[in-house]
Design a protein around this ligand. Structure first.
Ligand SMILES: CC(C)(COP(=O)(O)OP(=O)(O)OC[C@H]1O[C@@H](n2cnc3c(N)ncnc32)[C@H](O)[C@@H]1OP(=O)(O)O)[C@@H](O)C(=O)NCCC(=O)NCCS
Length: 165
């Protein structure tokens, strides 16, 4: 059983450990909070503007995902910090968690559009996003400096009327 719940201060060690994991950190953007202080500051942000969620599998912490409100008038959220703990990968947990996240944002929280960007070199996450139903919109060419090199970001989105039944 895969569930999402808002992270609390008790989750900070798990979240900081996960985003700093060797097989996770290099795939996440530059603005991920990777210290306890930064993570705690995030959790104090207004819940309608920002949310950091723990993915649980049968009650055990297995990953995380976050949203940030990009545009209030048009109800656009950007998704980020999506990571499944290495010991839970390759079981389809990512896809189920992404579906739960889509239902939460486009259903419960009332957003109209979720958008996300994936580094062009992150083939695993691009395949995952396609499996999870996100629609590919294009490529932001050589947009981000990553370890001294300009890299592409692939843009995906999902709209509220595209949520599966
Ligand atoms: C991207 C990421 C979240 C995907 O997590 P995941 O749980 O492994 O992803 P998925 O649910 O898509 O499953 C992937 C694999 O499990 C396999 N799988 C096994 N059993 C499955 C099942 N019952 N249902 C679906 N897939 C299953 C899939 O075939 C797939 O294998 P493949 O990669 O060899 O094609 C994870 O790799 C991760 O945390 N990466 C590091 C951080 C990162 O890149 N984040 C994204 C930043 S934009």
């Amino acid at each position: 059983m895969i569930t999402l719940r808002r992270a609390t201060a008790d989750d900070v060690d798990f979240l900081v450990g996960l985003v700093n994991d060797d097989d996770t950190r290099r795939f996440l953007g530059g603005r991920v909070s990777d210290t306890r202080e930064a993570a705690l500051a995030d959790l104090a942000r207004p819940p309608e503007e920002f949310g950091w969620f723990v993915i649980e599998v049968d009650g055990e912490r297995a990953g995380c995902v976050a949203f940030e409100r990009l545009n209030e008038r048009n109800r656009i959220a950007s998704a980020g910090r999506f990571a499944v703990h290495p010991s839970f990968r390759k079981r389809g947990i990512g896809v189920e968690a992404a579906r739960a996240f889509q239902r939460l944002l486009l259903g419960e929280l009332g957003f109209h559009r979720i958008e996300l960007q994936i580094y062009g070199f992150n083939e695993r996450a691009i395949a995952h996003a396609e499996r999870a139903g996100y629609v590919r919109e294009g490529v932001k060419r050589r947009a981000y400096l990553k370890d001294g090199e300009w890299v592409d970001a692939v843009l995906f989105s999902l709209l509220d009327d595209e949520l599966p039944e």
